[in-house]
Each structure stands twice: as structure tokens, then as C-alpha cells.
Design a protein around this ligand. Structure first.
Ligand SMILES: C=C(O[C@@H]1C=C(C(=O)O)C=C[C@H]1O)C(=O)O
Length: 114
């Protein structure tokens, strides 16, 4: 393979990587939009920000899916835990702010400002 072919192939891979990164951002934005609404629901009804039993179910499922997809299950677990920790931080902030109705997902677009 000559230098021009290598450059061409590299830029093709990078175009796919850029598309995948964009999809990840959009998927994460949608996920956080949902979890912000869950945070408001929980705060309004006095439910705790974290649900460790639900998390265990999600982790077990994601590890299975990762394994099937030839993705390292440990990496998948770490990635999910990283996201969940951030969600719980948002839920704690929502619960701390009045009764949770003012800091709604609809009004903030799912984005945490603090
Ligand atoms: C979103 C929730 O709140 C927390 C965040 C979770 C998540 O980001 O998937 C899962 C469980 C909870 O600890 C929920 O209870 O469903």
C-alpha cells in the first residue's frame, strides 16, 4: 500500500469515527434528558437519587451485551458506572433544589448548569 492509499484509508476510518462520536453525543444527550426527568420525578415523590438494585441489573445486562459484541465487559461496566455516577450527582442536585419541580428536564433541556 503506498502513502496516498494509507492516507486515504486513514481518512475513511476517521470519517466513520467522527460519525460514531456524533451519534454517541446525541445518544448521551437523549439519555441525560430522560434521566433528568427521572430525577425530577424522584425528587417530587421523595424517592432516593440512586437505585443500586437497578444499577446491578443494568451492569449485568450490559456486560452480557458487551461480551456478545466483542467489547471488553470490564470497559462496558466502567463506562456505565461513569455515566450513572454523573446521573446520581444530577439527581442529588435536583433533590437539593427546592422540591425538584423548578429544575425540570423540560426547562433545562436535560443539561446540568452547576
Ligand atoms: C435513572 C435512574 O437513577 C439512577 C441512575 C441510573 C442510570 O443512569 O441508569 C440507574 C439507577 C439509578 O441509580 C433510575 O433510577 O432509573
Amino acid at each position: 500500500m503506498n502513502e496516498a492509499d494509507v492516507k486515504n484509508l486513514l481518512s475513511q476510518y476517521r470519517a466513520s469515527i467522527d460519525n460514531i462520536d456524533a451519534a454517541l453525543v446525541h445518544m448521551l444527550a437523549e439519555r441525560f434528558r430522560c434521566t433528568q426527568a427521572v430525577g425530577v420525578l424522584k425528587a417530587t415523590h421523595g424517592l432516593p437519587p440512586a437505585d443500586p438494585a437497578r444499577e446491578q441489573t443494568q451492569i449485568a445486562r450490559l456486560r452480557r451485551l458487551a461480551d456478545e459484541a466483542q467489547l471488553d465487559p470490564d470497559f462496558a461496566e466502567k463506562f456505565l458506572n461513569f455515566i450513572i455516577r454523573e446521573v446520581i450527582r444530577h439527581h442529588e442536585a435536583i433533590a437539593a433544589s427546592s422540591n425538584g419541580t423548578e429544575n425540570s428536564a423540560a426547562s433545562s433541556g436535560g443539561q446540568q448548569t452547576s
